[in-house]
Design a protein around this ligand. Structure first.
Ligand SMILES: O=C(O)CCC(=O)C(=O)O
Ligand SMILES: [Fe+2]
Length: 227
């Protein structure tokens, strides 16, 4: 059988040898990446697409003082009812490695190169000083850009001020930790070349310490009346 056929029929599984590589962003903020943590990741992509109910066409959220489009589809599932069994294994392995209990995951589906999420912090977690956000990315490998929050108005810089591209895809795990949601922003930008579907499963934990964020959240919009 051709290698492509093997890949297409391979059932998904947690790789027996997962290695995490840590990138320190500053003294208290880091990102871990484990390449190929889930093998046969295309099966997971199919199970997510077919097994979950997807919300409308991305919709719009109120961000600070204006509405922005979030062109991608969103979903989620209860921790004990994953649409593919390997997601349960990934969840357990992540909790074991990071020593925290994650909330029920949310899931994002970028249908093609036009879907994206702009630079943001996951402010809906409210306590941002010490968080863990674990992402399993399946499907297309696309840029995942990280920039210091101080670059948020530096639109003239290349890649809008991004300093790191972690480019996860095809079964990679990416974990943002420490102060990543306090002092850093992340994005999955639009592309000008064609790409297939990309999905991310996102498990979140916050220490609930430090200052509590209030106001316009990015992924869970407050329902202000529209201007
Ligand atoms: O899909 C991704 O890799 C990132 C998604 C994200 O940052 C979010 O939904 O807050
Ligand atoms: Fe995010």
């Amino acid at each position: 059988m051709a290698a492509d056929d093997d890949r297409a029929t391979q059932e998904a599984g947690l790789s027996p040898s997962v290695t995490f590589a840590r990138t320190w962003l500053d003294r208290r903020s880091w990102v871990d990446v484990a390449r190929g943590a889930v093998t046969g990741a295309d099966r997971v992509a199919e199970a997510l697409i077919d097994g979950l109910a997807w919300d409308g066409d991305g919709g719009r959220v109120f961000r600070y003082d204006h509405w922005v489009d979030v062109p991608r589809l969103g979903s989620g599932y209860p921790l004990d009812r994953p649409p593919h069994p390997v997601l349960h294994e990934v969840h357990r392995a992540l909790q074991h490695r990071y020593g925290v209990r994650f909330a029920a995951p949310s899931v994002a589906w970028y249908r093609d190169e036009r879907d994206s999420v702009a630079f943001h912090r996951d402010r809906d977690m409210q306590w941002l000083d010490d968080t863990r956000i674990a992402l399993l990315v399946v499907g297309a490998r696309r840029p995942f850009l990280v920039r210091p929050r101080a670059h948020r108005h530096a639109h003239e810089l290349p890649d809008h001020g991004a300093t790191v591209d972690l480019a996860p895809g095809d079964g990679d795990l990416l974990v943002m930790g420490g102060g990543c949601q306090a002092g850093w922003e992340h994005s999955v930008p639009k592309l000008t070349h064609r790409v297939g579907p990309r999905l991310s499963v996102q498990w979140r934990w916050t220490s609930r310490t430090g200052r509590q964020e209030r106001g316009g959240s990015y992924s869970k919009p407050l329902h202000f009346s529209r201007p």
